[in-house]
Ligand binder design. Structure first.
Ligand code: SF4
Length: 204
């Protein structure tokens, strides 16, 4: 490829990397004792219990895992290269953001003799301003994850796949959905079968 095209990309990557390393140093808290112990760690057949013995199974790959040796704690770091798009009070974004809560579950299974502290998105480029989004591994987060999955499972089992057209700009399926999708979503919004889905969308 033309060097004139590649050079700006190289410069940006170098700059992001240097700033990320600076940020990691600044953010390192000597008191927390966390040390990276694994990268690109895969998990499979992670069963998250729903209700009545049912479960939903996940697989994935975790960018980085840190542990402490003394207090035996574990945390997950997931690197992001896009923009940080979180409000402080948000965690699940209407049931669309489950990854961090699921990572906490994966860490629990992978490190059964450790206490899971948190899973973190680290926006590790200038685009994301080197910000972090933390999902603490609390019983409340675990319960909310379970209730979101129960709702999604119930909707799928009932054959209800609600149209949502409030964030189409970055979606890969705009051609498939075609024009007037907002109108179609609006028309269906009063359908009583969408009650549980609407409650889901209110979860921050
Ligand atoms: S284009 Fe279709 S699938 Fe994508 S967000 Fe919009 S409504 Fe949903």
């Amino acid at each position: 490829m033309n060097a004139a095209l590649l050079d700006p990309v190289r410069v940006r990557l170098h700059s992001d990397l240097e700033e990320m390393l600076d940020d990691e140093v600044k953010a390192a808290d000597p008191a927390d004792e966390f040390v990276p112990v694994a990268f690109e760690q895969e998990f499979a057949d992670l069963a998250v219990p729903l209700a009545d013995g049912a479960s939903m199974t996940f697989r994935g790959k975790i960018d980085r895992i840190d542990t402490t040796s003394g207090s035996r704690r574990v945390r997950v770091i997931d690197y992001k290269t896009g923009k940080h798009f979180w409000k402080a009070e948000e965690q699940f974004k209407g049931g669309t953001e489950l990854q961090l809560a699921i990572y906490n579950q994966a860490a629990r299974v992978a490190y059964p003799d450790h206490e899971v502290a948190e899973a973190v998105y680290y926006y590790s480029t200038a685009a994301g301003d080197y910000k972090r989004k933390v999902c603490a591994a609390t019983p409340e987060v675990e319960e909310t994850l379970r209730s979101v999955l129960v709702t999604l499972d119930g909707l799928a089992a009932a054959g209800v796949f609600p149209p949502v057209a409030d964030n189409c700009r970055f979606c890969d399926f705009q051609t498939l959905c075609g024009p007037f999708r907002e109108n179609r979503a609006l028309r269906k919004s009063a359908d009583p079968r969408l009650a549980s889905f609407k409650r889901l969308r209110e979860i921050l």
